[in-house]
Design a protein around this ligand. Structure first.
Ligand code: PLP
Length: 357
């Protein structure tokens, strides 16, 4: 049996979600699909905090992370870099042929809004990329402050990745003035990978209209045109959409506020477990994700033996660090469907392994 995933994405998918996904296949150009599409909108709007439509892209998050650039960038992009995913966005921008610069902070630190203000004041940037919860380091950046700073520069488009924060904390895409807010579904929403969700501001739609060479697959205008008919430009991952419908129903039953509180609570449990064993948090106080925890590996601690024993003895998988902090950090996810009870099972298993070593 493959282990249950407590690594930060993909995360464990419930049997109920898989059951919902095994719905009889439907065609995507017809009323059954339109009803499915429409049924997703209220729940998605709530977790994004938007009155705008939420578009469905059959791709991983990176598809839309690249796609957003293709719709918006005219001259130069500023990438706010603080870990593996945000650093890679700079690389992707350059690979697309754009002029791009970075504000780079040390991994484990958060982006400083004043540094963003200073850099944007130099002029020339028309788009900013920003990752809310940097999944590689466990840093939760200050969404409200960063948005405030970027939005004080007219005609500067702000693209925000909420892959590992959406549905665990407030995003408030409209109130924060986010131009493109995007997420994949295999992290906090606990669905199988293959679907990205994104909301686009009116200003970003206007920008996209006149952007040349924005292609077809990720073209905002195509998504908006099809949304008017409760549809998508191309055949979407319909099974995953049935899964999403189920998850959104669950969020509605639980209540968004309760869901957020559950993530805060289960995250605290992992912090407390780490403190008990002398594992230090990699992210600074006040900038820590509520969806996952990144610990520094203590000197002399055999991390790979720990992860291996947890897997072979208890069939749980945690992550041994990502990118250049592989081995020197490790990460535990509490996102998705995890409860106090399931996190306690993991904690008991980790305690058991530590007691044996
Ligand atoms: C996982 C992750 C991504 C990449 O998602 P894919 O689905 O692999 O494209 C991007 N950003 C963040 C913050 C992530 O955690």
């Amino acid at each position: 049996m493959t282990p249950k995933l407590f690594s930060p994405g993909p995360v464990d998918v419930s049997p109920e979600t898989f059951a919902a996904m095994s719905h009889t296949m439907i065609g995507h150009r017809g009323s059954d699909f339109e009803a499915l599409y429409a049924s997703l909108q209220p729940g998605l709007k709530e977790i994004f905090g938007t009155a705008r439509p939420v578009f469905l892209s059959t791709s991983s998050a990176w598809g839309m992370m690249e796609g957003a650039l293709r719709n918006l960038v005219r001259n130069k992009v500023l990438c706010l870099c603080c870990g593996a995913f945000s650093d890679k966005w700079l690389d992707v921008a350059k690979k697309c042929g754009y002029e791009a610069e970075a504000i780079q902070v040390e991994w484990g630190q958060a982006i400083d809004p004043e540094a963003v203000r200073a850099k944007l004041s130099e002029g020339g940037f028309d788009t900013v990329t920003f990752i809310h919860s940097e999944t590689s380091t466990g840093v939760l950046n200050d969404l409200t402050e960063i948005c405030k700073v970027v939005k004080s520069f007219p005609d500067t488009m702000l693209v925000v990745d909420t892959v590992s924060s959406l549905s665990t904390v407030d995003i408030d895409a409209d109130a924060n003035g986010i131009d493109v807010c995007l997420a994949g579904v295999q992290k906090a929403l606990a669905l199988p990978p293959g679907l990205a969700l994104f909301a686009v501001s009116e200003a970003a739609m206007e920008r996209a209209k006149d952007t040349p060479n924005r292609g077809y697959y990720f073209d905002f205008i195509e998504f908006a045109k099809n949304d008017e008919k409760n549809n998508t430009p191309t055949t979407p991952c319909i099974a995953t959409l049935f899964g999403l419908q189920y998850i959104l129903e669950e969020i509605s039953k639980e209540g968004f506020a309760t869901r957020k509180a559950r993530h805060a609570k289960t995250n605290t449990m992992i912090h407390a477990w780490g403190a008990k064993h002398g594992f230090e948090l990699f992210a600074p106080d006040g900038n820590r994700s509520f969806a996952l925890t990144c610990f520094t590996t203590p000197e002399g601690f055999d991390l790979s033996a720990f992860i291996k024993a947890l897997k072979t003895k208890h069939n749980f998988l945690i992550n041994g660090g990502y990118g250049k902090i592989k081995g020197t950090t490790f990460r535990i996810s509490n996102m998705g469907n995890e409860t106090e009870a399931t996190m306690q099972e993991l904690i008991d298993a980790m305690d058991d392994v530590l007691a044996q070593s």
